[in-house]
Design a protein around this ligand. Sequence first.
Ligand code: NI
Length: 257
Amino acid sequence: MTFIDTHTHLYDEAFSEDAAQAIARGQAVGVTKFLQPDVDSREREQMFALVDQYPGVLYPMIGLYPGSVEKNWQEELQTMEKWLTRSDLVAVGEIGLDYHYGAEFAQEQKEAFRVQLEMAARMDLPVNIHLREATEDFIKILEECKHLGLRGNLHAYSGSYETFCRVQRLGDWYVGIGGVVTFKKATLAEVVKKIPLDRIVLETDSPYLTPTPYRGQRNESAYIPIIAAKVAELKQVSVEEVAEVTTHTAEKLFSLK
Ligand code: NI
């Protein structure tokens, strides 16, 4: 069985002491590829420095995360340009909308998001979406950008099945399922039952969103099989099938070799 962790921040300071061991522990349980998004220019060099140590294992994504959008967003997007020549880029991300901590920069977030969707379309790359408490604005932008023929995934998906269906009509979209699906009171579990297995990719979002029974501790890719087991239970299929289908979907969506 092999797995792909489609969203992990191994360059995060939470892994400053043991990123190599965390990668090895992931590989030991079958995680063969790790997709690593950054969130803004401050983390970018660190992110690529780690990727360069693991060719064919770690894959980079670059993006201006909605939580990092401030007055200087245009300057931030300009700093992305020079990295777009990297042949190992698998997506633009993580990008999107997040009004959880307030909508002070909502307008800037929407503009930065649109520019990055255009960037992804121009580069023929998928997008890795971060969406929180901004569903209607997100769907409106997808409607306006339908002509771009976008594809990508909604990382750490937390929306409803209805939202999934609406998004489906606006491009080639997948959802990233992680530790939250294992939480006791997760409404996400009911949503996952309805979403077709071939629209799901696995992720940890480590060091965040640690699955049960490790909640409260640092998350890492070695817990991907726990998430896969939960998805298998909800979909009433074997873990092998979840591994096979989600790996195939991730390879196809992100053009991994
Ligand atoms: Ni993330």
